[in-house]
Design a protein around this ligand. Structure first.
Ligand code: PLP
Length: 450
């Protein structure tokens, strides 16, 4: 309970003594002990309350302790807690059916994984077996996970220390109008030039050697980059021209984050493989997967698929996934995400962009937004250098600290505050959180001017 310093000390001690943490120098971290989570909030042991504007790692789409999710897991645990993947199971089948029905034209089946990285790992493996080709094109400014192939697909610094684990991967640039790699001056130019660059990349790498192109339908951690008009459709056309498969990584953007079941559904494009995780059950039980097209499914109709996982389609995760579909319908989640994004978040962020000189650009959709902070609006020099560490990152760290001191837990990446609260957030909480960000941007303005 709150204020129980004994319990807090034990949590901290065991953590520091025995838990090895992701992405960290183990001697330089002090993870915050958490006592409780409820809806859009969580609390430390001192009773300090945080409004979660990052949905943990952008997975907690239905918030903490959603009664419908908890009930589904409890009921499933009482009925059949686990069953191995070679047997057929009711909730596993039901979830696969619902995902297929809500994904893309020509979707046929689902291969379940434990999370997002292995979903991408398996999608690539399927693409390679289906096409008989080895190369995969992936974008810079992307995150696809941390296993061997997934970290090599990743197009940002987390790959640097790991990135030779899969030699068949080539990176290219996608559209990013604010920092165009193509000197484009309009979104239309950006689309045209990004597609010309991709066409050349394909030609120079050898179309007949390329199994797939993978991309985040809306780039998440690397900046909420929404495809410019016609871009995804153009990528699809290049894929079709050359017999290349299109893999949409929907691990972060899927399951309602953008106000669609899957983010690609806002565009006129149908992928061949879709990977998902996180929002499928808000991460209450680890679960991810690959949605597979009819044609790829057929490749493995008479030839065994060479891959598998002990926990593929785990009943506890699947039960929470089925409940997610029910809750989305009951609570009108997609409609409210679209409404809150258009009516509340967009206008409020644009207001902040007007008011704060440190805001270079705001962009986003649904409950998935980025505020890009700069030293100078003219030069667009970021508030902190790319991949800044230590003292170089201090100006941005102060902005993040100001949010936390005011009770808001932001999603912070590079020189960006990203807005990604649970999709169940009330309008009142959403406005309160945006007010905290507005105030924290005064700190950003001061740092930019310093
Ligand atoms: N793909 C995207 C777009 C992600 O954002 C993430 C995680 O943040 C992953 C893949 C990896 O998922 P996981 O951490 O479940 O392996």
């Amino acid at each position: 309970s709150f204020g129980d310093t004994e319990a807090q000390r034990a949590v901290r001690e065991n953590d520091r003594q025995y838990v090895f943490h992701s992405w960290s120098a183990q001697g330089q971290i002090d993870p915050l002990p958490i006592a409780k989570g409820e809806g859009v909030r969580f609390w430390d042991y001192d009773g300090t309350e945080y409004l979660d504007f990052s949905s943990q790692l952008v997975n907690l789409n239905l918030g903490h302790q959603h009664p419908g999710l908890v009930r589904a897991i409890q009921e499933q645990a009482g009925r059949l807690a686990t069953i191995q993947p070679a047997m057929a199971n009711d909730v596993r089948g039901e979830l696969a059916k619902r995902i297929v029905e809500h994904s893309f034209d020509g979707a046929r089946s689902v291969f379940f994984t434990n999370g997002g990285a292995d979903a991408n790992e398996y999608a690539v493996r399927m693409a390679r077996h289906h096409t008989g080709r080895q190369k995969v094109l992936a974008r810079y400014r992307s995150y696809h996970g941390s296993t061997s192939t997934a970290i090599t697909l990743t197009g940002e610094p987390r790959r640097w220390a790991n990135g030779t684990l899969d030699s068949g991967i080539v990176h290219f640039f996608g559209p990013y109008p604010y920092r165009s790699a193509f000197y484009a001056e309009t979104p239309e130019q950006e689309t045209e030039r990004a597609l010309a660059h991709l066409r050349q990349t394909i030609e120079l790498e050898g179309p007949s050697t390329i199994a797939a192109i993978i991309l985040e339908s809306v780039t998440g951690t690397n900046g909420i980059l929404i495809p410019t008009p016609g871009y995804l459709e153009g990528v699809r056309a290049l894929c079709d021209e050359h017999g290349i498969l299109l893999i949409a990584d929907e691990v972060m953007a899927g399951f309602g984050r953008t106000g669609e079941w899957f983010a690609f559904q806002a565009f006129d494009v149908q992928p061949d493989l879709v990977t998902f995780a996180k929002g499928v059950n808000s991460g209450y039980v680890p679960l991810g997967g690959v949605v597979i097209s009819e044609a790829i499914h057929e490749t493995f109709a008479d030839k065994p698929f060479p891959g598998g996982l002990t926990y593929s389609g785990h009943p506890l995760g699947a039960a929470a996934g089925v409940a997610t579909f029910d809750i989305f319908a009951e609570e009108g989640i997609l409609e409210r995400v679209k409404d809150l994004g258009e009516r509340v978040v967009g206008p409020r962020l644009r207001e902040m962009a007007e008011k704060h000189p440190s805001v270079g650009e705001v962009r986003g959709t649904g409950l998935f937004w980025a505020i890009e902070l700069v030293i100078d609006r003219e030069t667009r020099e970021p508030l902190v250098p790319f991949n800044a560490a230590g003292a170089a990152g201090a100006p941005f760290a102060k902005v993040v600290a100001a949010c936390k001191a005011a009770g808001l837990w932001p999603f912070a990446a590079g020189n960006r505050l990203q807005v990604a609260p649970p999709l169940i957030i009330s309008e009142e909480d959403l406005r309160a959180g945006l007010d905290i960000i507005d105030a924290a941007l005064d700190v950003a303005d001061a740092e930019a001017a310093a």
